[in-house]
Write a protein that binds this ligand. Structure first.
Ligand code: F6R
Length: 614
């Protein structure tokens, strides 16, 4: 999730780009850059000045203040690295072979490797490791004197997600924006125009914006903004008036980052799959490109993580055993590091860490590595310690997570582990083509299904308010939904400070049930699975102890009809998909309980986003 801004107007572009990037920094902050078309001196050709920093926006601003380019057209970018490390060369804007076309990008170009190979064969040179760099070169390759036509032709070739702001130094009065699967707005000022990844960037300048639709291109000139499709058909876009302040805009209008991030889950799920999965379920990980033979030699999988990431590990453990048929174990990294680990060179060690910097997880990774295991970090942060220290990385591509409690990145972890399980099962020949296709279909349907749960926020608010008076909670589930229950309890306790524990349905009778009475509610995950009937029996046992029950039940399942419970109906989906949807529901439940109790959900007491000490 990068921040992008473009400006065309009567004022100096550079200070506007600088201020906008500062406001966009919450979207990504590992490097930044601007390109400004400088006012031509008489008799000279147009010249574009590029300033980049491999550090935060402040460093870029210092550089610009020392050497301020003067011009009325420019673009800027603050980067959350997806392809290529946060280096000077990889910082945007990117340009073509002749330094005429300038592009900033947010998103992921799925087919960049194929396009890059084609362009390289035609003589284009690519200094950076980014996916973005194919865009200016592709435009250059299609350029026949009309920049907009070249942009359209280039974008028709691109698969994936993009929000782009672009210009050519041959067209000093044309700023172009385009989007697909990533947001982009055009700000309409007084004789000046902006293109931005979100309105946070432009809110002090204008409250009037055009929101581009999927696959639309905006051509901005001093005469106005014209929106069209990639085929050049004019689109009539609606002007929207926004009355947010900067803080509201950064939260996308949501009251908290946590809620905003839960609402980013459909994108987090889609981005974790982007470019990695074919219709036939063939999975590729660019930064964990291990030959089939090496993967075939894997005899067991060790998954390490802490907190929410440990719950992701437990979900990974379950699907790897189930789909791949080899032993898998999820371990609390802080415990693992003090044991005598039984791992060897046929072990695959999967470290699960959003930040890539959790101290216990890193030490556990090093220990497993020392014993010769093949390691992969599943992380959201490019070039984080975990990504660097492991043999390979699977990046989540979720964009920064600002709320201390992990939400969208857990979903991306789950999807990544599902893909890893499919990859392992495929090399082992353990999964049929038909089953793989089924899984692909289930996974691809997930972003919309997550949207479906988010759309039912009101129902969840009602339940949360009804239950917010209790001081203790139990969350129970089985199979894949056991870690989901643990996570439901963790989310609730960390942001609402209500005591909550998670248990497997089976374990309930072996102790935890002693706690239950009419003041101790249970959230029971009873959605369709091979152990659903067992969970239904557990609910009967719970109800018999007079404990209030909130049950998650698959639509069309009547097993709990007539049993005194609150029911939240979940869609009938594949079990692995159901675990994702159940997680989203429980995240929203925890969020609304905490808000009702007036807690600081984004920064809960005693917690840090990244635990870099033991
Ligand atoms: C809970 C939460 C923590 C983290 C844990 C590991 O909401 O966010 O439990 O999951 O501290 O962090 P990472 O994934 O960065 O290693």
């Amino acid at each position: 999730m990068c921040g992008i801004i473009g400006y065309l107007g009567d004022r100096e572009a550079t200070p506007i780009l600088m201020e906008s990037l500062k406001r966009l920094e919450y979207r990504g902050y590992d490097s930044a850059g601007v390109a400004v078309l400088e006012l031509p001196k008489a008799g000279h050709a147009n010249r574009t000045s590029i300033t980049k920093s491999e550090a935060k926006v402040d460093t870029l601003i210092e550089k610009l203040e020392a050497n301020m380019p003067s011009g009325k057209l420019g673009i800027g970018h603050t980067r959350w690295a997806t392809h290529g490390k946060p280096t000077y060369i990889n910082a945007h804007p990117h340009t073509d072979c002749h330094g005429k076309i300038f592009v900033v990008h947010n998103g992921i170009i799925e087919n960049f490797a194929e396009l890059k190979a084609e362009l390289e064969a035609a003589g284009h040179e690519f200094p950076s490791e980014t996916d973005t760099e194919v865009v200016p070169h592709l435009i250059e390759a299609n350029y026949k004197g009309d920049f907009l036509a070249a942009v359209r032709a280039a974008l028709k070739r691109i698969k994936g997600a993009y929000a782009l702001a672009m210009f050519s130094s041959d067209d000093p009065e044309l700023l172009v924006g385009a989007r697909l699967n990533a947001p982009l707005v055009v700000g309409l000022g007084d004789g000046e125009y902006y293109i931005a990844s979100d309105i946070t960037a432009i809110i002090p300048y204008t409250k009037r914006v055009l929101v581009l639709g999927e696959g639309e291109v905006a051509a901005v000139t001093p005469l106005g903004a014209e929106v069209s499709t990639l085929d050049g058909v004019t689109v009539k876009s609606k002007v929207v008036h926004v009355d947010w302040d900067v803080a509201q805009a950064q939260k996308g209008g949501f009251p908290h980052f946590m809620l905003k991030e839960i609402h980013e889950s459909p994108d987090a799920v889609a981005n974790a799959m982007r470019g990695r999965l074919t219709d036939d379920g063939a999975v590729t990980f660019r930064e964990f490109d291990v030959p089939d033979d090496r993967l075939r030699s894997i005899t067991d999988v060790l998954l390490l993580g802490m907190g929410t990431s440990l719950h992701a590990a437990m979900i990974g453990e379950h699907v790897i055993e189930d789909w791949v048929g080899i032993p898998a174990r999820a371990e609390d990294a802080s415990e693992f590091r003090y044991r005598r680990p039984t791992v060897g060179d046929h072990t695959l060690n999967v470290v699960i860490t959003q930040s890539g910097e959790t101290a216990d997880t890193l030490v556990a990774l090093h220990q497993a590595k020392e014993r010769g295991s093949l390691s992969v970090a599943v992380t959201n942060v490019i070039a984080s310690s975990a990504a660097r220290d492991a043999d390979g990385a699977i990046y989540l591509h979720s964009g920064p997570e600002i709320g201390v409690a992990s939400t969208k990145t857990l979903l991306a972890h789950m999807i990544s582990l599902y893909l890893l399980a499919v990859r392992l099962a495929t090399v082992d020949g353990r999964v049929s083509l038909e089953r793989r296709r089924e899984l692909v279909e289930a996974l691809r349907a997930l972003p919309d299904q997550v949207r479906g749960i988010l759309a039912r926020d009101k129902e969840i608010v009602e339940l949360a308010h009804k239950y917010s008076g209790y001081r203790n909670f139990m969350f129970a589930g089985r199979g894949l939904d056991y870690p989901v229950a643990l996570e439901g309890a963790l989310k609730l306790k960390e942001i609402s400070y209500i005591h909550a524990e998670g248990t497997s349905g089976g374990l309930l009778k072996h102790g935890p049930i002693a706690l239950l009475d009419e003041q101790f509610p249970v959230v029971a995950i009873c959605t369709a699975s091979s152990t659903k009937d067992k969970m239904v029996s557990n609910v009967h046992e719970i109800v018999a102890r007079s404990a209030p029950v909130l049950a998650l039940v698959t639509e069309g399942d009547h097993s709990l009809d007539g049993v005194p419970t609150d029911i939240f109906k979940m869609p009938a989906v594949e079990e692995a998909a159901s675990a994702v949807l159940n997680t989203v529901m429980l995240q929203l439940f925890a969020y609304h309980v905490a808000v009702k109790l007036g807690q600081n959900v984004d920064q809960p007491r005693n917690l840090a986003k990244t635990v870099t000490v033991e």
